[in-house]
Design a protein around this ligand. Structure first.
Ligand SMILES: [Zn+2]
Length: 329
């Protein structure tokens, strides 16, 4: 899980202890420029016919880091699928979500994740059901094989996932999953890897491009998600079990009311409180990143462009053959 809330934004608004457990982490901002490509809104639906596989370890990963981009790509024509690798049974830090038993965490996050897939406009979603925080000793080959199967099944062209090579990552689920995804994106296109899947009707399929997100991203692409920000708020509002959005706004509103206080920001009902809280605090990092790139809201990625896997013949060979081949007499 990565967090976007900032202590300094909150310290002037609520008394100490009103929001326990807020972490200090925030995504490190990039240096503007430096050849970073700004992906703006597309005209029409240029991605019709293409398939997007959004892969996350936990129910809050895509929501916080990339839900604007996933929503944008689906709106622009992609058929989307959401994969969640763990069952989120470890819940989350105190004060960020809904505290419960391990079993309650599993059920709550399962429901939240299904709702998130629906809000994002996904055609389907898959839960791989590994234990939360325990993916470090999952067989890497098993995980790669399951992901190859999914890539071939949905015929994925593009993947959104954690960056397998990013710095400062603490959570073993994130980097274990990400490394398996990277291998699967390439191996799924090869004819000798798991050929029994072809006997079952699948075909080789190489993933073309990848949007990698991270706590400290190596940013090569920034996506303008201004048009999708309301959807990003709704996706995060659906993360009730894990947070850190969910119902924190209405919870804070109730807590203030018990002390005969209110925040105009939180409106007059629980729905407004949740939405406005998320818009102000949870969307703060997207807003700050957007400001650096001259747009309203943005998300940052280490983008791997089509052809990077090297699976295809170097196009320079074909160019050379065309220019230099001699017809035999
Ligand atoms: Zn996570």
């Amino acid at each position: 899980m990565a967090l976007v809330l900032r202590r300094n934004l909150l310290s002037g608004l609520v008394t100490a202890g009103a929001l326990p457990g807020l972490p200090g982490f925030q995504q490190q901002p990039p240096a503007p420029g430096n050849g970073v490509f700004l992906e703006g809104p597309a005209t029409g639906q240029p991605h019709i016919g293409k398939v997007l596989l959004a892969v996350q370890a936990h129910s809050d990963d895509i929501a916080l880091e990339a839900s604007g981009t996933v929503a944008k790509l689906i709106e622009e024509g992609y058929t989307g699928y959401l994969v969640r690798a763990t069952n989120d049974d470890m819940g989350d830090a105190r004060g960020l979500g809904t505290m419960g038993t391990i079993g309650e965490n599993v059920l709550g996050n399962e429901r939240d994740n299904a709702r998130i897939a629906e809000i994002l406009g996904c055609k389907g979603h898959f839960d791989l059901n590994y234990n939360n925080h325990r993916m470090a000793d999952v067989s890497l080959n098993e995980l790669i094989c399951r992901l190859i199967f999914l890539v071939r099944l949905v015929k994925a062209d593009t993947v959104v996932c954690w960056d397998p090579w990013a710095h400062d990552e603490e959570n073993p689920d994130h980097y274990t999953l990400a490394r398996a995804v990277e291998a699967a994106c390439w191996m799924a296109g090869r004819v000798h890897d798991y050929p029994e899947q072809f006997a079952a009707g699948l075909q080789p399929k190489t993933v073309q491009d990848k949007y990698y997100f991270a706590r400290r991203p190596e940013i090569t692409r920034v996506v303008d998600v201004s048009k999708q920000i309301d959807k990003k708020v709704e996706v995060n509002r659906a993360n009730v079990a894990k947070g850190p959005a969910g119902h924190l706004g209405s919870r804070l509103r109730a807590e203030l009311a018990r002390r005969n206080q209110r925040l105009p920001l939180l409106g007059d009902d629980d729905l407004a409180a949740d939405r406005n809280y998320i818009g102000e605090f949870v969307m703060a990092s997207s807003r700050e990143l957007g400001k650096q790139y001259g747009v309203g809201y943005a998300e940052a990625f280490h983008y791997i462009a089509p052809g990077a896997s090297g699976a295809d013949r170097d196009p320079r060979v074909d160019t050379y053959v065309k220019e230099h081949s001699v017809t035999l007499k």
